[in-house]
Design a protein around this ligand. Sequence first.
Ligand code: B12
Length: 217
Amino acid sequence: MSKEELMKLAFDSIVEADEDSAMEAMDKAAEAGVSAVEMLKEGFSKGMNELGDQFGRGEIFLPELIFATEVMKAVTERVETELLESGETVTQKGKIVMATVEGDVHDIGKGICVSLLKTCGFDVYDLGREVPASVIIDKAEEVGADIIGTSALLTTTMTVQQELENELKSRGIRDKYKTMIGGAPITQRWAEKIGADAYTEDASECCERAQRFIDEK
Ligand code: B12
C-alpha cells in the first residue's frame, strides 16, 4: 500500500469512526515502514480536522463526533505504546507540564502534542483536561518543569491561559517557565496579548518550539 493510500485509510477511519479500520491502517503502515507518528500527523489528525469542519457546518451531530473521538484516542494510545516499545524516544530533553484548561474537555489535540513531545524526548506530565491554572502551576513547581503547555478549544476557556500567566506573575515565578499555548481558537495575537512565550498551530511545531526553548536555555 502506498503512503498516500495509508494516509487516506487513516483519514477515512476517523471520519467514519471505524476503530477496526484505524487499527488496520496502523498495521499496514508498520508493514510498509511508515512511522506511526507520520500516520498520526498526516492521516488521523487530518481526519479529525475534517470532522470538526463537518460538525461546524452542521453536517454531523455530537454522537458521531464522540464516536470518532474514541477512535482517535485509541489511535493516540497505540502510537504512544508503539513508540515507547520501539525505543524511538531519545534521551530526556526537558520537562513539560501539559493540560487542557479548566472548563474545557477537548483533549484530542493536547493528546497528540503529548504523544509527539514524548517522541521528541521530553519528560511530559500530562494533567488531563479541565485543569485549573493553579493546579497546573503547582505541578510545574513540584516537578521542576521547564515548560508549561496549555490547550483551550473554547472561546470561553481560553481566558484560563491568561489566568495562568497572571498567577505565575502574582506568585513571582513567571521567569522560571516558558509557556506555550494552543488550541483551535488560539492565535499568535492572543499569545502576545496575554504574554505567553509561544503559540503554535500544530503538534509538530509544538515539539520544535519546545526544543528551541530548551536549546536556548
Ligand atoms: C471533538 C470535539 C468535541 C468533543 C471533544 C472530545 C475530546 N475528548 O476532545 C466533544 C464532543 C466532547 C465536544 C464537546 C463540546 N464542544 Co467541541 N469540538 C470538537 C471539534 C469537532 C474538534 C476538536 C478536535 O479534537 N480537533 C482536532 C485536534 C487534533 O485539533 P486541535 O484540538 O486544534 O489541536 C491541534 C492544535 O490546536 C495544537 N494544539 C492543541 N493543543 C495545544 C497545546 C499546546 C501547548 C500547543 C503548543 C499546541 C496545541 O496541536 C494540535 C494537534 O495538531 C471542534 C471543532 C474544531 N474544528 O476544532 C469542536 C468545538 C471546539 N467544540 C465546540 C463546542 C461549542 C463544544 C461544546 C460546548 C458542545 C457543543 N455545543 O457542541 C462541548 C464543550 C464541553 C466543554 N466544557 O469543553 C465549538 C467551540 C466554539 C467556540 N468558539 O468556543 C467547536 C469549535 C465546534 C463548533 N464549530 O461549534 N467537542
